[in-house]
Design a protein. Structure first.
Ligand code: BGC
Length: 499
């Protein structure tokens, strides 16, 4: 058989990274490899494991809806359905200068927002990298770091030429987007129920994080007052509504996953004692990532999901999130690949140690594998040779891409189940609604939104087309500022001033 050479060259990834293209001195059919038949058998096995039928989805939606209702009814449920004290929708006329801090995953962001009314705004922002150590460091240190960054930001943007004009004696209202489940008694308060997304800072769970933030603020003389503690989903709900009045639900599909929507206070029995007018609306942060945690009775978990759960820093928790979010999808695929390496199906005779490291397979790689436009799957050749020093046959690459599809599709279809449960609970299916969605998975994973929409049609039939997701406005920045503005206005008008 003649030797084939692909030639050398380079491949530019959508991330901007350049990969040296693989050059082979032997035809890939000469690599030891499993037969196409064996691969097809394995693929069928994974299809059965990862495919969610419409019927199964409807069963999940029905138990999900019950869980949402229980969370509104009783305090301290697994899916806590947190009343946020964001009362109703923004008017669109919110105006003024606000600061926002966003602590939610990889980075810390500080923003200055100038809300100009009529859905218009200007934003200036800086990002600060959070190290893995900081995510596990003492909680107070984390909030001290937030305030240090805020101080740097204010210093950099104030002064004679700065865009931030400080008025002596006046404090700028700040919305703190803290994207972890916090039980709130009022809008500028929040007891951290549990860390998620790999954070684990001690001395924080069970504590009022707003107070910890104020403690950090008190160490400096900053012209800032904490006005509202916000979840990213609530910010997204309000920011999306600010620009699109058909928005009724907001979701984040990123490192974590969650949703928020607007509820009638009369349908939140657990806060009846607060005496709020039942016709008032209040945003609910569902914290749906916790659906089916601990008991694991409703969701179809595979053995790979169980391994991920058990080896996580929070076993048993965030069961729904662990099947969907960007933090876990790459690892699911990696575990499947490792199993097939052990069974002698993939990468025969090659040194696979680089793939055997936990979390070595980023979810971004799945996106790239799914978006490879070439027949030969050149992107996948590049990815495996560059990151894992592995050669792949075309059959292996097709198989790997099919696995990525199964895992990505399951995540999107489960996301559709979550959205459908809110739609069904609120009776939105006939009139339809927009769902503002954000997060790396939603924004970058090819076909994620389309698969959610397909899932909604599988659940509701043709009426499912009435529910449409769209890319949301920046919830943690813009949304946070609008909520701070709404809160200032509400309190100035003497409405529920203690909440
Ligand atoms: C957190 C939520 C957050 C979501 C998306 C989850 O892990 O519990 O509070 O909204 O991630 O960032």
């Amino acid at each position: 058989m003649p030797l084939s050479r692909r030639g050398s060259g380079s491949l530019v990834l959508p991330t901007g990274q350049t990969l040296a293209q693989h050059t082979r001195t032997q035809d890939e059919e000469q690599l030891p490899h499993a037969t196409k038949r064996t691969m097809a058998d394995h693929l069928r096995r994974f299809e059965t494991l990862f495919t969610l039928t419409p019927q199964r989805m409807r069963i999940i939606v029905s138990s999900f809806k019950e869980t949402l209702e229980t969370g509104l009814d009783k305090p301290d449920q697994t899916v806590p359905m947190i009343p946020t004290f964001v009362f109703g929708w923004p008017s669109g006329n919110e105006k003024g200068e606000f600061l926002a801090i966003d602590l939610g995953g990889t980075n810390l962001r500080v923003c200055l927002l100038n809300l100009q009314g009529n859905g218009k705004f200007e934003i200036t922002q800086s990002k600060y990298r959070l190290s893995e150590e900081q995510k596990q460091d003492d909680g107070q240190k984390l909030f001290d770091f937030c305030v240090d960054c805020l101080k740097l930001f204010i210093e950099a943007n104030s002064g004679e030429d700065g865009i931030l004009q400080l008025v002596p004696g006046q404090k700028i209202p700040l919305g703190f987007t803290f994207s972890y489940p916090c039980k709130q008694d009022k809008i500028d308060h929040g007891i951290l129920i549990r860390w998620t997304k790999g954070f684990g800072s001690p001395n924080t769970e069970g504590k009022n994080v707003a107070e910890m933030f104020r403690e950090a603020l008190s160490k400096h003389d900053l012209p800032v007052e904490l006005t509202a503690l916000i979840n990213d989903t609530t910010g997204t709900l309000i920011a999306s509504r600010y620009v699109n009045p058909t928005t009724k639900i907001a979701c984040i599909f990123g490192t974590g996953c969650n949703a928020a929507y607007m509820e009638h206070v009369k349908d939140i029995p657990k806060i009846k004692h607060l005496g709020i007018d039942g016709d008032q609306d209040m945003a609910i942060n569902c914290e749906w990532g916790a659906f089916d945690s601990f008991e694991h009775e409703h969701l179809p978990r595979t053995k790979y999901d169980i391994i991920i759960d058990e080896s996580s820093n929070k076993p048993g928790e965030q069961a729904f999130e662990k099947l969907i979010s960007g933090r876990y999808l790459g690892e699911i695929v990696r575990l499947i690949i490792c199993e097939l390496i052990d069974e002698g199906v993939l990468f025969l005779g090659q040194n696979t140690y680089k793939l055997e490291v936990p979390n070595a397979f980023d979810t971004a790689l799945l996106s790239l594998m799914e978006s490879d436009p070439t027949d030969e799957l050149l992107m996948i050749i590049g990815l495996f040779s560059h990151f894992f020093a592995l050669e792949t046959t075309l059959a292996e690459r097709q198989f790997l891409r099919a696995i990525a599809r199964l895992v990505g599709r399951r995540a999107a279809r489960l996301s559709a189940c979550g959205i459908a449960s809110i739609v069904e609970k609120m009776g939105y299916i006939e009139e339809g609604c927009s769902v503002g969605a954000d997060g790396s998975l939603y924004n970058k994973y090819p076909g994620f939104a389309e698969r959610i929409h397909e899932g909604l049609v599988d659940i509701f039939g043709e009426r499912g087309r009435n529910i449409v997701t769209h890319h949301a406005e920046d919830g943690s920045g813009v949304g946070s500022a609008i909520i701070a503005a709404m809160t200032k206005e509400r309190k100035a008008a003497g409405i529920y001033v203690d909440l």
